[in-house]
Design a protein around this ligand. Structure first.
Ligand code: GMT
Length: 381
């Protein structure tokens, strides 16, 4: 099949999922056309069957805002016509589902040939933060209703979409995934020493995100400040975004600046997860928590807030710990108990990897998207 994948190239879960899906589809023999403003983050080396089409949005003095929706829709139409797309897969509803709908209407009014089917995948904040904003909600709901198929990355997000946007059409759940052969713990003693120093008792606590307010970096610092008072520990912060400044500020206010390594946005997180002992994800909202899954696959137990789809990824007390949002003391207690009990830590680390292997590997999940596409194409025939 010829598949167009529309996504944000930025650092963040929806772009990563869209990119990994495209790579897997190309490896399975499909022709994949990425449509984005930049080369998708983590696209990596070139691979046969993949092409990248950049969305360029010219400015004009009359426009206060870039006309991204128009330029994106126009690019989708061009790519669909040039490469006879069977599927337009929009990742993150805002404004990708609307652009896909608009493009399909244009293509239907064209030369009478079959027009591509539109699949929209909901990722989280496109519903829970942005999509339900009164400035967008009517169009987002319409675009979801008009998609030929809609998937959500968790049952929780599916329920939120029905509840918050009053959508009535069918939404199926296809979870996020990762390549379990790539996301596996590596032995990197030199790298570990770079962060932990020569004290073998020093634990490495890690957080990976796009540092947006929803990730609650303030809680990451507060929890770590309590952990390091109980066990020798260092904090590894991976990623970049608007809240990184908060991390710098709080680190100095709490007097823990010298215990923190900030490495910025990284294409390769597996080496950093491979030297980690614990992962913190105290988000206020999280439709799935792809970063937590990546940690689990690398045998890093996760302490997270029990929000959104995270309980569909982590089993409390087995493959990680879940606590109410802002329950700093409970999260700290779980973290310290685990870091001071090597046998329990080994058991939970193994269970975390097993959970990833059982439910979230690429070879189990990508066929779900293929079936979605093939059903649509068969039905249209
Ligand atoms: O930054 C966001 O919150 C949007 C999005 C992204 O692009 O990172 O994150 C969402 O999509 C990820 C991939 O499906 C999910 O793993 C994240 O849980 C979800 N973020 C939220 O719901 C806050």
């Amino acid at each position: 099949m010829n598949i167009g994948i529309v996504c944000y190239a930025s650092v963040g879960g929806s772009g990563i999922v869209a990119t990994e899906l495209g790579k897997a589809l190309a490896m399975r023999g499909h022709q994949v056309h990425f449509i984005s403003t930049e080369t998708p983050f983590r696209l990596g080396e070139f691979q046969a069957g993949m092409a990248f089409h950049q969305v360029l949005t010219p400015t004009y003095p009359l426009f206060r805002e870039p006309q991204y929706l128009l330029s994106l829709s126009n690019t989708i139409v061009q790519v669909a016509r040039e490469f006879s797309l069977d599927i337009i897969h929009a990742h993150y509803a805002v404004p990708h589902a609307t652009a896909a709908f608009l493009s399909r209407q244009v293509l239907r009014s064209g030369n009478g040939g079959p027009s591509p089917k539109v699949v929209t995948t909901l990722h989280g904040t496109d519903i829970t933060l942005v999509g339900n904003d009164p400035s967008y909600s009517q169009i987002v709901a319409f675009s979801i209703e008009q998609s030929d198929r809609v998937t959500a990355v968790s049952e929780s997000l599916r329920a939120s979409t029905y509840a918050e946007l009053k959508v009535t059409r069918e939404i199926s759940v296809i979870p996020n995934f990762l390549d379990c052969a790539i996301h596996r713990r590596q032995s990197l003693p030199d790298l570990r020493r770079r962060f932990a120093g020569d004290n073998p008792d020093t634990k490495i606590v890690t957080h990976v995100s796009n540092f947006r307010p929803v990730k609650r970096i303030d809680l990451v610092l507060a929890i770590f400040d309590r952990i390091r008072r109980a066990v020798p520990a260092r904090l590894l912060l991976v990623g970049d975004g608007p809240e990184l400044g908060t991390a710098y500020r709080l680190a100095r206010e709490l007097g823990i600046w010298q215990l923190i390594d900030i490495v910025g946005a990284q294409e390769e997180v597996v080496p950093l997860l491979s030297v980690s002992d614990l992962f913190l994800l105290p988000s206020s909202q999280e439709s799935f928590g792809l970063a937590a899954l990546e940690a689990m696959a690398c045998e890093v137990p996760v302490v997270a807030s029990r929000v959104g789809g995270v309980p569909e990824v982590i089993e409390h007390g087995i493959s990680g710990f879940l606590h109410p949002p802002e329950a700093i003391d409970e999260m700290t207690a779980s973290a310290v108990a685990l870091l001071t009990d090597p046998a329990r830590h080994r058991e939970m680390a193994a269970a975390a990897r097993r959970r990833a292997l059982d439910h979230f590997c690429v070879d189990k999940v990508v066929p779900m998207y293929e079936d979605c596409y093939q059903t649509l194409i068969a039905d249209s025939r």
